[in-house]
Design a protein around this ligand. Sequence first.
Ligand code: FES
Length: 56
Amino acid sequence: MYVCLCKNVKCHEIRQCVHDGADSLREVSQCLGVATQCGKCAKDAKQIVKEAKQER
Ligand code: FES
């Protein structure tokens, strides 16, 4: 499922990025570009980062 339409970033890509060591939405944004355009996805992306961190 796409989280960020501006940058074509999917949910599983964000989770993978966190599992690979990203610690915050900012770090995930740096590697995937998520939430760097319109910003509408930031809230959902942040929630996914939070959940993925708990799974580590
Ligand atoms: Fe993610 Fe626009 S949907 S920046």
